[in-house]
Design a protein around this ligand. Sequence first.
Ligand code: OXD
Ligand code: MN
Length: 604
Amino acid sequence: MFDASKIKNQKVLEFIQDRINLLQPKDIVLIDGSEEIYKALTDEAIASGEMIKLNEKTYPGCLLHRTRPNDVARVEARTFICSRKEEDAGPTNNWMDPKEMYAKLNGILDGAYKGRTMYIIPFSMGPVGGPISKVGIEITDSIYVVLNMRIMTRVGMNVLEALGDSNDFVRGTHAKCDVDPEQRYITQFPEDNTIISVNSAYGGNVLLGKKCFALRIASYQGKNEMWQAEHMLILGIERPGKPIVYMCAAFPSACGKTNLAMLIPPKSFQEKGYKVYTVGDDIAWIKKGPDGRLYAINPENGFFGVAPGTNSHSNYNALMSTKKNAIFTNVALNPETKEVWWEALEKDAPDKKKPSFLIDWTGKDWTPDMVDAEGKPVKAAHPNSRFTAPAINCPCISPEFENGAGVPISAFIFGGRRPTTVPLVYQAKSWENGVFIGSIMGSETTAAATGAVGVVRRDPMAMRPFCGYHMGDYFQHWLDIGKTVDLDKQPKFFNVNWFRTDAEGNFIWPGFGDNMRVLDWMLKRIDGEVDAVETPIGFVPKADDIDLTGLDFSKETLKDILKVDNAAWKVEAEGIKEFYKSFGNKLPKSLADQADELLAKVSK
Ligand code: OXD
Ligand code: MN
């Protein structure tokens, strides 16, 4: 039972009392971080069928959960930034007046926990008590949420101790209600440090520490407190005889962020002594350190990765991370072995045959020959099925993962899926130019999606769905941060494109571990070991400076995907200028100038 005397912080107590009054739970449980509570909740969830226990030998401590078929992904159309002024939410966010939204949500939340248990989760984003870390309290009626938050964040009484009597904590409320998609709201109130999520029970919508806090609320906090919350992986690379160099990289969803974060270098690089260390795969909080350099922490404690496509070739380290104490959501189950399965799991693992019978993600029988009404194979796992895995399971987790002061950042990398136009890699000419490059990133639509093919969907810094305030102000914040960092301490900016295709639509660059070859060029640029070719868009490598040892890839093809085609970039620059119009007078002048400059240069 909940013992309020365990909580000393008056503001936390007031928040909890207010939630009790509104939600009217039957029972209240404070998640104190003890093994006993997790064990009891796991047993309860298994007994009720909310969770399925997996094979204790091959997947010790692992569970499977299935959501409702109408509740399988983040819902951007129902995600709101409720700032007091509409213009503060900007053109990339849905907005509703906070008073109106609170009234609507309070109506939904009134008595929503009747007959149910309320769980109080004190959690820290970042190592507990660290100089960049922040605290949140999530109230939920879902054991799935409690058990996932335990993996994705640091949970327990030590978080409240670190908070002391401070009022600087995020107030999160989640209620499953009827999981009604028509009444689903994922709402952020940045000025109140408040998140309310109702009528969903799917990870990205309900694990409030992740996108809602660590990106939407934190980006707003970062603007006010002169730091940054970014949708970026963090990785460290060791070269023989050199200190580890850390980089942050932003890509839109489904561009291989988790894969790059856990990359395994090609054999020829491994033999030379190259090593990769993962600090984070999704979010970076970045702040200036005492030495004037920018330092990044991963505020999360686990990975919430997409399962389908993950196999020992695409991401061995992620796969290994899921082998114990992980929670799977909406993957398929082998009912005989009590092991999980998803599409492409056995690819490149010839000892594992495709299973002949499974229970699919909806709980129904599945065989590989099943087709839907259009004759397409029926998928056993949902395409957005996920694993929640503790970061410490990752074989290449960085020894700095628990360092609350973070790691010093030497490069920012941006990228998207661009079958044409954008070269394999190029380097920005300055911080300002780097911000410009980040602001124009995006992915081209392909035949796989409905709508026009070849249209660039812009996703600045991969933050379009996650920036908690006006994106024009966000660009200005990036520019302002740059002004606070001395030139010799500024990270370098790069843009990459792993997704160039040939006339038949096949990817030209092999990607995955071979991306190390491109990162290696960046390391050499950072250390001033190689020069580069100046082009209208930035610095492009000389083909000889990308190490192709051990790779069957011709220099001619490499030269092709490094080329800057002025005619294509003219179309690009015109598209950028059009896109920039959506930010109105909030677009920083220096970015508008850069778009003009680019257009002028490629039009010559
Ligand atoms: C994620 C995303 O789930 O970016 O990380 O969509
Ligand atoms: Mn993400």
